[in-house]
Design a protein around this ligand. Structure first.
Ligand code: SF4
Length: 240
């Protein structure tokens, strides 16, 4: 089994939703699966995830000048296309990997001290004191997603010494408007302690029990989908 010394917000979400899902997604390698009797690693992809990836990619390509505005994914509505165009017009930086150590200091990607890793879809500095971070989203807006904006703010304060405010924006292309929140630098220490506790629980976990949750029906590790997790089936059996 792999040993991971860093975390991402997606990994943390998976771990907190169901430790077993995290273990199978992030720690198991092909040999671990072979020992469980799987010759093919269960796929975590889905058409909805692929659509999200495709939409992200066209935005990245557009901001990088690889495609014209017409090259944006056809399912991005006009109002959002105009906002993406606006990002390009102001010179926003697309797709950067931001990596930090456990003291919230910026470190090179894959450095041995790397503790937190996040990909920033787009960011720009509207003034010396302010930073805007944009995250593209597809699907329904979930309140819990807003929390990840705190991490963008913490990383933004670490990267830009002069910045006093970070505005995080979640651009839900399937909805009507961005969800946004602004953070002041003074709030950073308290936010950092909260995330450190959660990250420690993940990185120091010794066991990864299955935890039933509302996403089990879509989980690729569900026994009913050909995966190894029998927890939903066992629960159904007990209820019968
Ligand atoms: S089916 Fe549910 S309990 Fe089992 S691994 Fe997936 S999310 Fe966890």
């Amino acid at each position: 089994m792999k040993v991971r010394k860093h975390w991402t917000v997606s990994a943390l979400k998976d771990f907190e939703t169901c430790p077993a899902k995290y273990q199978w997604s992030y720690l198991y390698d092909a040999e671990d699966w072979r020992k469980l009797g799987y010759r093919v690693v269960p796929s975590t992809g889905s058409p909805a995830m692929q659509r999200g990836t495709d939409i992200h990619q066209t935005c990245e390509d557009y901001l990088l000048g690889k495609v014209a505005i017409e090259g944006l994914h056809k399912e991005i509505p006009n109002a959002w296309r105009n906002l993406v165009r606006g990002l390009k017009d102001i010179g926003a930086t697309p797709e950067e990997m931001w990596t930090l150590d456990d003291g919230w200091n910026v470190v090179p990607d894959n450095d041995k001290s790397m503790w937190l890793r996040m990909k920033i879809d787009a960011h720009y500095l509207p003034s010396q004191k302010a930073l805007v971070v944009v995250d593209y989203k597809t699907g329904k807006p979930y309140t819990s997603n807003m929390e990840q904006v705190e991490l963008y703010a913490l990383a933004g304060f670490a990267k830009f010494d002069d910045v006093d405010y970070v505005q995080g924006e979640l651009w839900y292309f399937d909805s009507d408007e961005p969800h946004e929140k602004t953070f002041k630098r003074e709030a950073a220490p308290k936010l950092a302690r909260k995330w450190e506790q959660r990250a420690t629980a993940l990185l120091e976990a010794k066991s990864y029990p299955a935890k039933l949750n509302r996403f089990c029906n879509w989980c690729p590790y569900n026994y009913g989908k050909g995966g190894p997790c029998t927890a939903p089936r066992d629960l159904a059996g007990r209820a019968a």
